[in-house]
Design a protein around this ligand. Structure first.
Ligand SMILES: Nc1ncnc2c1ncn2[C@@H]1O[C@H](COP(=O)(O)OP(=O)(O)O)[C@@H](O)[C@H]1O
Ligand SMILES: [Mg+2]
Length: 184
């Protein structure tokens, strides 16, 4: 895939499929160590050891709509191509944690891509699941937690047009400021 944000969407989609009510997504760009790490932790129903053992097999999927599950094998291949790795830990009944690492400067590393668009899609699609997001770069951090935002909003849903517009601007500005501090 051309953008890591698409892999991220895919992985969080798995968390939602697994009934998660809370997903923590952390992106860490450590330019000194030349690492880019994507961490996704969910509280979904998790996987048995047997399921976990087959997770990188493209012919293993518990989905019934399409018969080849390529999300994880592709993400793993992308990481390994960039001197990185993808690991998953999971426990039935408590959740799943996925970590993908990349050499930040690797020539084959796809850009993060349009993170604001991916985040908006996640925040708006999964109304019953909260997203705790953190993106760190060069000692700076942009973070939000939809649980907190929803608590402040009271009865107004995240999908309310005014909230949606505010979220879009908040996320776009947060990501832009992270990349080029002082410009926004
Ligand atoms: N976070 C998760 N929680 C529980 N099961 C998961 C999770 N991520 C992946 N899986 C399991 O691994 C399978 C393969 O995932 P994936 O490669 O993304 O393909 P697909 O989503 O198309 O099935 C899923 O069908 C699901 O059974
Ligand atoms: Mg998937």
């Amino acid at each position: 895939m051309r953008e890591l944000s698409l892999h991220i969407l895919d992985v969080v989609e798995n968390s939602l499929q697994a009934g998660a009510t809370r997903v923590e997504l952390t992106i860490e760009e450590d330019l000194t160590a030349d690492h880019l790490t994507v961490l996704v932790r969910d509280n979904g129903w998790g996987m048995s050891e047997e399921q976990l053992a087959r997770i990188f097999d493209p012919f293993f999927t518990t989905r019934t709509t399409r018969h080849v599950g390529l999300g994880l094998p592709l993400f793993k291949a992308a990481a390994e191509r960039c001197n990185g790795s993808l690991t998953i830990a999971s426990e039935l009944g408590s959740g799943t944690t996925l970590q993908a690492t990349f050499q930040h400067s690797h020539i084959d590393r796809a850009p993060l891509g349009n993170l604001p668009a991916a985040l908006m899609a996640l925040v708006l699609s999964a109304r019953e699941c909260d997203l705790a997001y953190s993106h760190r770069l060069d000692g700076r951090e942009f973070e939000f937690d939809t649980a907190q935002i929803r608590a402040e909003l009271g009865d107004t849903p995240l999908t309310h047009p005014v909230v949606r517009k505010w979220l879009q601007e908040f996320i776009t500005a947060g990501e832009a400021e992270l990349k080029q501090p002082g410009l926004t």
